[in-house]
Ligand binder design. Sequence first.
Ligand SMILES: Nc1ncnc2c1ncn2[C@@H]1O[C@H](COP(=O)(O)OP(=O)(O)OP(=O)(O)O)[C@@H](O)[C@H]1O
Length: 644
Amino acid sequence: MIRELQLWYQHQWIRAIDVSLAEQLQRQLGKGNEAVALMAGLVSYQLGLGHPCLDLTQLYRDANATLALPPDHAQPESLEQCQKPAQLLAGISGLTSLEQCQQLLSQSAAVNTPNSPLVLDGTRLYLRRYYTYEQRIKTDLTQRMSTQQNVDTAALKQVLDALFGTQSELSWQRNACAMAMRSLFTIVTGGPGTGKTYTVVRLLATLQQLREQAEPLRIRLAAPTGKAAARMSESIGEELGSLPPGSDLSKDISTEAVTLHRLLGTLPNSRGFRHNSNNPLHTDVLIIDEASMVDIEMMAAVVAALPAHARLILLGDKDQLASVEAGAILGQLCDQAEYGHYTPALASWLNATSNYSIPDDKIDSSGELWPYLQHTTMFHESRRFDPNKGIGKLAHDVNVQDTDWLAGWLRNSQAIAAAQPEFDNIQVVQTQLPGHASIKHLVEAGYAPLKALIEARPDSDDDQQLDKWAVAVLNQLAQFQLLTAIRDGDWGMHQFNQRVAYWLYGDKVTEHGWFVGRPVMVTHNDYSMDLRNGDIGMVLQRRANDPLRVAFQTADGAIRWILPSRLTQVDTAYAMTIHKSQGSEFTHTVMIMPEHDVPILTKELLYTGITRAKERFTLVSAQPQLVIKAIKRRIQRSGGLAHG
Ligand SMILES: Nc1ncnc2c1ncn2[C@@H]1O[C@H](COP(=O)(O)OP(=O)(O)OP(=O)(O)O)[C@@H](O)[C@H]1O
């Protein structure tokens, strides 16, 4: 059966590391243990798909779907030569049913023995390292949730009245602030523009005002990527201006956000961090934005490094794609956030801190409430997008998988926009050819202001002026962005990047790939250059005859000019994958669908792509109706955080 894994690997169905893990375990355990070794290979393979464990219940319900095998890129000959997972399991004694499999695993020396490589928890099979991460997160969050804080409700009400007003309508934003005072763990989730930043600034102001110590609380802001950290700094900075005038509430709230890697302090050649349980962070409050992108390993490192007395507040959109690495932490923790039910005790406490009463239909006295719910607030109402107009309507319908209006829009977006101006900022471009003139025109028009700005280089020796120009170019770059669902193939990121470079710069696109006007995205953390995976730069020439350099903007707004030869791992960034676009927003976002339906097209992927658009959204597709199929497909992520 290990031979079957090797065959899967030869046909690129699974990764080399999955096979070697199985082989290694088989060597260790000796003959007769192939079935356990095979399961270890499958757990490793699942990790590569982003699942921290292999859910055996799901596996035995539908093995092929659970493992997403054969993969969508499977060659026809591989389909003839390889067994599908369901066939494979059915043919191995000890693995033909869930019960048999559980029994086999529970009797193995490789499972649930001290330091064994595998851990079986109920019907979830883990590699020990990931089980340890998950347990660390669960234990830590449970501890923080149960650490009740002393709060003077009358004083809290007064502070919240000053921040939110004294009106008697229910405010989920106010509830979120109040709830965050009660314990050391809080989640605020909601789509774009639902007021997460607005709320968190008020939450911080409340914490500072009600603190017991004389010194201001030490607050740290962090996000998974440099881009997201820069946006967090910017939006918190802007939102501070909306605090009640005349107050000095903003003075103790820092706007400096850093990446989680920087917060914890990366160590060369190590998975560990400078800050850990032996050297905790010096902070009283940690806010993590874009928490949907945090993977299980990073979250385990964060909770280990966070002192026991500190508050952890997660912000993010639970409906977005999860991290590429294993995890889906926010998605799991927010499993039931839609319902927003409170225990009677929490409801009456919230009533005491406000001028309204929590409605009865939000109170649940069953005693079986999901623990995280009492620490989670979900915002449904976007302040930026009207759910009945343009981008807001599209994002909403995709998210709730409602295809009624969508099907008509996909067929004829132009007629809808002509009849209803509220839909003229969203459009569909349908074409069978990825190089069609309609796409070329869209791209040329979208990038025309950027091209013009690059050509308008100041004729100056003044470095400051050149830096200002580079800032303007990088800002302009965020005005228009192509997003693809896939990396390879005619409709994938790489081919679009080549096509766009040629459309915009023709023969100037040199063979070695570096030319003025080429945007690049860093694809791996490069600590020696202080660049992070996802950082975006632009190739520019500061003066005639100067060598080309890539301009990157640092979190504090300064420009760094880096020689292309120092950048080893970058992709052109006219087009980027939707996965890579998480945490960024673009004024006009163009989402390019693959020609045919592929399993990667899911509701979460399309929702993430659409919600990157700030003002205008264009869908480019050979078959727009694929969207209907895609949004019926949801990402299933396994994991034990949602289980007791
Ligand atoms: N209760 C409110 N009253 C007035 N304005 C509000 C309120 N809540 C939010 N806003 C405004 O709505 C806009 C969007 O809010 P905010 O930026 O906080 O949303 P967000 O959820 O953080 O969005 P994103 O996820 O895109 O960062 C901001 O201009 C904010 O000032």
